[in-house]
Ligand binder design. Structure first.
Ligand SMILES: [Zn+2]
Length: 458
């Protein structure tokens, strides 16, 4: 046993003796090295590891698992005891439209902040702001040394944004995506088959079946193509048939699922049971605010509810958590850097407070450690690290934070928010500029949330 290791062993003994009645994190040692040891229930693809640990050095994860495996490296680290809380990779939201504020005057930066404060550390959303969540579809928004890749997010791959609807041919115009372009991208995350009409189904046919339309259109374009491959993630995909999903599965393409927006706009959503059985990688995305969820947690709640009510499937909290972490990183093409707590990955980590007695019985899986993470309201978030840097922390662990930080009330609990240095304006200034149109700090149930109920609109 290394001598340097002994103080840490002592600390762990103290941690074990002081197992808290409430499930809040506390700092048991303030080290000088800048390294951080988190102790608690660690969520991994293999399961929830109780009384386990994650060690962060220079913004990256260098150890996960039993604390004894840490050896001497723990020497002068700060130690955060989160026994009773769950330690998760930050969520990755694979479907937003942050700069699409056309329907209602949502000041989009409020939306971005509230995603970060609800545990989302990366977003694919067609818009960006430096300093908050990573923007995986913008090279300049990757943050903390994440290497650039060609991740293209496309709302109108057929360039039918002006309302071109086709049935029986592919005459969408000369600027539609073509195969060579699509397969050249590291990831092509593309809205395909949005809607429940024949025109939505036609989009998939035009992008998956070369033989469907071989007659060029006057003015260019007009040919069907085939872009379905492992680098493609289909967003929406509501117009696809089971046979289409078999093609998606066979080609290794992925699906981004946004059940709330589907239910609100079309009264139905993807048969997630079929998708999972087909072996398709499914990630969750909130879609935009006018029809989607304000947070990944609310999207997961909707997903669990429609899976049960519409498809008779009990979606386990772990499966939903995977859709927001591991699977989402695969969809985004950053699975080697993000989406799980593994050695070498960036320390995008969120700690969620465990279930307390006041919580009572919740309808969906909050006794499950994965449920504690994926269904957590903002006020249950104790710590958000992006690349090892604390951007939000419970006031009880404020000593972990540095730089310009502000004390903000999240419902009944106080948080320390440290985004001012990155944003260039304080949180309070930001909130004031939003004039209450969009609440940055959301209650458990966000106001005016679009419905997730299975109801057919005519
Ligand atoms: Zn969308």
């Amino acid at each position: 046993m290394n001598r340097l290791f002994q103080p840490l062993q002592l600390i762990l003994l103290v941690v074990a003796l002081l197992r808290p009645a409430s499930a809040e994190c506390n700092i048991v040692k303030r080290g000088l090295s800048g390294d951080l040891l988190l102790i608690g229930t660690v969520l991994t693809n293999q399961g929830a590891l109780q009384d386990s640990s994650v060690f962060v050095q220079s913004g990256r994860i260098t150890h996960v698992g039993d604390i004894c495996g840490l050896g001497a490296r723990g020497g002068d680290a700060s130690v955060l005891n989160c026994t009773g809380s769950v330690i998760s990779p930050g969520f990755i939201n694979t479907h937003e439209h942050i700069s699409f504020s056309t329907v209602s005057p949502f000041p989009d930066i409020g939306e971005r902040v509230s995603h970060l404060f609800s545990g989302t550390t990366s977003i694919i959303g067609g818009g960006m702001v430096l300093g908050l969540a990573r923007n995986l579809d913008f090279p300049e928004g990757l943050e903390d040394g994440l290497d650039n890749r060609l991740v293209i997010y496309d709302t109108f791959p057929l360039k039918d944004g002006l309302g071109v609807m086709r049935n029986g041919d592919c005459d969408y115009g000369p600027s539609s995506i073509d195969r060579d372009t699509a397969i050249g991208y590291h990831r092509y995350i593309s809205h395909i088959g949005e809607g429940i009409d024949v025109e939505a189904a036609n989009e998939f046919t035009c992008l998956s079946n070369v033989a469907f339309d071989t007659t060029p259109a006057l003015g260019g374009g007009g040919l069907s193509t085939d872009i379905i491959g492992p680098n493609l993630a289909l967003v929406q995909a509501l117009g696809l048939t089971p046979r289409d999903f078999d093609v998606v599965a066979a080609r290794g393409a992925k699906i981004v699922w946004s059940p709330r927006s589907n239910m609100y706009l079309y009264g139905q959503t993807l048969n997630v049971s079929y998708l999972l059985e087909a072996g398709i990688t499914v990630a969750l995305g909130t879609d935009w605010l006018p029809s989607g969820s304000a947070t990944m947690g609310r999207e997961a709640a909707c997903a669990a509810s429609v899976a049960n009510e519409v498809f008779g499937m009990k979606l386990p909290p772990k499966e939903l958590w995977k859709m927001a972490t591991v699977n989402a990183a695969i969809v985004a093409g950053f699975e080697d850097q993000l989406g799980s707590l593994e050695v070498g990955k960036l320390a995008d980590i969120v700690v969620f407070e465990g279930r307390s007695q006041e919580d009572g019985e919740h309808d969906i899986g909050t006794a499950d450690p994965f449920g504690q993470a994926i269904f957590a309201p903002q006020e249950k978030i104790e710590l958000v690290l992006r690349g090892g840097k604390p951007l939000l922390a419970s006031s009880t662990i404020r000593d972990l934070t540095s730089g310009t930080c502000e004390l903000i009330a999240f419902g009944n609990s106080n948080k320390i928010v440290c985004i001012a240095d990155e944003l260039g304006s304080s949180f309070k200034e930001l909130e004031a500029s939003l004039q209450g149109v969009y609440p940055v700090v959301l209650p458990d149930l966000p106001p005016d949330e679009p419905t997730c109920k299975p109801k057919l609109y005519s």
